[in-house]
Write a protein that binds this ligand. Structure first.
Ligand code: PMP
Length: 406
């Protein structure tokens, strides 16, 4: 339709942001399913496990007890106490209640932080491949995302020299996610210290540390977070976390963060004029998740590790595909350079990772996400938050589809 004649005008603020390719793949997969095709969707970023029973019970109790009203804007005192206790117990971090904020998911926390701090032209360094929302939230907030590619040879971890080279006087934040969505790469103590050493040389750069996959690290790896290793960075770090991934609580929408008082207060301003408090019932549930029995975590971690091993082995057995073993999260990020340039049985060229993923969906009924969605190509991401049976079936289908390429 002619723009001028249209009664609708988009704000320039969101002008450059389209519907994410991931959502488009999801919609196409759903459409194929409705046609009766047995599509296996390995695109979702959420655990397939259920929210633990004790957490559900806490929510039901809260409803019965009338915890159904507005709460304090950025978290009830009990919720903030639970977060404070979690940071102390699991990360050795001391955050007081006024250094803690609670929002509707870690996503809202990130949104609040960028809205509260970015002016036009301010730069945010992203370690690519990165979760697509990072770049879009930075854009909505008026900032400029500066992706720095993390090479596969470097375990998809940010090279300190590359970080150093990307920092300019306009850099406001480095956003680091460990373990990472989409690569599964995690920073051990040594790797993280090397990054923090660069930040120490640039006092104007703040660190947003997205620890949402904290509990999903494998092979006995110790999770570490920035402020724990480098307390001197506490006054310019936002330590972001949430209950979505660890406790299979994506739908409850609770995320939280610890950070300097002034930043936390500015974030509250943003939240006060968007959603107000996070859901009262969900806060009660999250308190139970963070302070109740934690034994559910180990079993789920073991299940994810077994799936990861199966998927990595299956992918590496396919000619044209290679996949490093990720340290954490529930994603594999496989290299598909070996299939680029080949042709489908219908004679279509596979020129990009998007072509390859489209082919897998159309020919093999498997939905995965191209690396280009996350800022690096040619790769594809599999979310192995799915049953072992469906992972086995998906691997067999991918192998067959790749075997049919010429
Ligand atoms: N950070 C990363 C890296 C994620 O993958 C996600 C969820 N996909 C989030 C933050 C946000 O999670 P939530 O809003 O559910 O807490």
């Amino acid at each position: 339709m002619d723009q001028a004649a249209s009664p609708f005008r988009r704000a320039t603020r969101i002008g450059a942001i389209g519907v994410s390719e991931i959502l488009k793949i999801g919609a196409r997969a759903a459409a194929l399913r409705r046609e009766g095709r047995p599509v296996i969707v390995l695109g979702a970023g959420e655990p397939d496990f259920d929210t633990p029973e004790n957490v559900k019970e806490a929510a039901i109790r809260a409803i019965r007890d009338g915890e159904t009203k507005y709460t304090i804007l950025d978290g009830t005192p009990a919720m903030k106490a639970a977060v404070s206790e979690k940071f102390r117990r699991e990360n050795g971090l001391a955050y007081a209640p006024d250094e803690i904020t609670v929002g509707a998911g870690a996503k809202q926390i990130l949104y609040n932080a960028f809205m509260a701090t970015l002016d036009a032209g301010d730069e945010v360094i992203l370690a690519a491949p990165y979760w697509t929302s990072y770049a879009d939230i930075v854009a909505i907030s008026g900032g400029t995302a500066v992706p720095v590619v993390c090479r596969e040879e470097n375990g998809f971890r940010l090279d300190p020299a590359d970080l150093e080279a990307a920092i300019t006087p306009k850099t406001r934040w480095l956003l680091l996610n460990s373990p990472s969505n989409p690569s599964g790469a995690a920073y051990g103590e040594q790797a993280l210290r090397a990054i923090l050493a660069v930040l120490k040389r640039h006092p104007h750069v703040w660190l947003m540390m997205d620890d949402i996959y904290e509990h999903l690290v494998y092979d006995g790896m110790d999770f570490v977070t920035a402020v724990q290793l480098e307390p001197s960075l506490k006054d310019r770090t936002l330590t972001v976390n949430g209950v979505s991934k660890a406790y299979a609580m994506t739908g409850w929408r609770i995320g939280y963060a610890g950070g300097p008082k002034a930043l936390i207060a500015a974030m509250a301003v943003v939240q006060s004029q968007s959603t107000s408090n996070p859901c009262s019932v969900s806060q009660a549930a999250a308190i139970e998740a963070l302070t109740g029995p934690q034994d559910v975590l180990a079993g789920r971690r073991a299940a994810f590790a077994a799936r990861r091993d199966r998927v990595v082995a299956g992918l590496n057995a396919i000619e044209g595909i290679t996949c490093r073993t990720p340290e954490g999260a529930f994603y594999t990020f496989a290299n598909c350079a070996g299939v680029i340039g080949r042709r489908t049985p219908q004679g279509e060229a596979i020129a990009t990772d998007s072509d390859f993923c489209r082919y897998l969906l159309d020919a093999a009924d498997v939905a995965v996400v191209p690396g280009s969605c996350f800022g690096v190509a040619p790769y594809f991401r599999i979310s192995y938050a799915a049953s072992m049976d469906s992972l086995e079936e998906a691997l067999a289908r991918i192998a067959k589809a790749c075997g049919a390429l010429s």
